[in-house]
Design a protein. Structure first.
Length: 253
């Protein structure tokens, strides 16, 4: 009779979302928007090895960092630049010693897939003339990493002041690419990995790496983390997951 009652109690706890269900939930990871395909592939690989699949939340690094700063109950943060990780560090929100920079990327100019031609992106290139009275899409250039890298690149080439009035700002790099995919903007500035993920756009030019700060992705565990798998998944990201990220075009350390 005691065994029967114990079994019933365990069953009720499981059905009601008690500890047995909670143990099956993977860590919540706040991920830069440019990581969608690669992080999903990494999460799938982690799950196939017998772990609960991580819960992935994608957005601009700036929006995610602000969420984490206000106490969002997340476990890991993966930023598309060092600045937003610095911000969280200064806010005292990341676990000391858990921060690692593990990925790199490149910045490109995209056009709709049907548009031909290539543009050499060098100082003085007349991009403003090509844009004309249309728009060039990029992530918000005062806050989102892809936008900040894009602004720096255009400034380095000496064409920012001419191009700025034609910029259509988006909330993140994928939203900027969507404007080009839909034909709402004939040009866009995104990461090389974003362009590779969409059959609707193609690369029309590559910004020199020395035209903008190095594109680096750090990961860190958040102090708000309560998931016992968080640290193990962080180590997986910076270690055995490297071949997966390289398959999607990222540079790995």
């Amino acid at each position: 009779m005691k065994n029967f009652l114990a079994t019933c109690i365990l069953l009720l706890a499981t059905l009601s979302g008690g500890p047995a269900m909670a143990a099956q939930k993977g860590p919540l990871v706040l991920c830069a928007a440019s990581l969608q395909e690669s992080m999903n592939a990494v999460a799938d690989a982690w799950a196939k090895s017998g772990h609960p699949r991580p819960v992935l939340s994608f957005a601009g690094s700036s929006a995610l960092a602000r969420q984490a700063a206000t106490g969002a109950p997340a476990d890991l943060f993966v930023s598309a630049d060092e600045a937003w990780m610095d911000y969280l560090d200064q806010q005292g929100k990341i676990v000391p010693g858990s921060r690692t920079t593990f990925l790199g990327n490149h910045l490109v100019l995209i056009v709709p897939a049907s548009v031909k031609g290539h543009l050499t992106l060098k100082p003085g290139v007349n991009l403003a003339r090509l844009i004309g009275d249309r728009r060039i899409a990029m992530a918000a250039y005062d806050s989102v990493p892809a936008g900040k890298y894009g602004k720096a690149a255009l400034e380095s080439l000496g064409i920012w002041d001419a191009v700025r009035p034609r910029v259509a700002q988006a909330e993140n790099v994928r939203a900027a690419m969507a404007l080009v995919e839909r034909g709402a903007a004939p040009f866009g500035i995104v990461y090389a990995t974003d362009a590779a993920a969409s059959p609707k756009v193609r690369v029309a030019g590559v910004f020199p790496d020395n035209s903008h700060p190095p594109i680096r992705y750090p990961v860190a565990r958040l102090k708000a983390s309560t998931n016992p798998e968080a640290e193990a998944f962080r180590r997986f990201l910076i270690g055995r997951a490297a071949p997966i990220f390289r398959r999607f075009g990222f540079a790995t350390r």
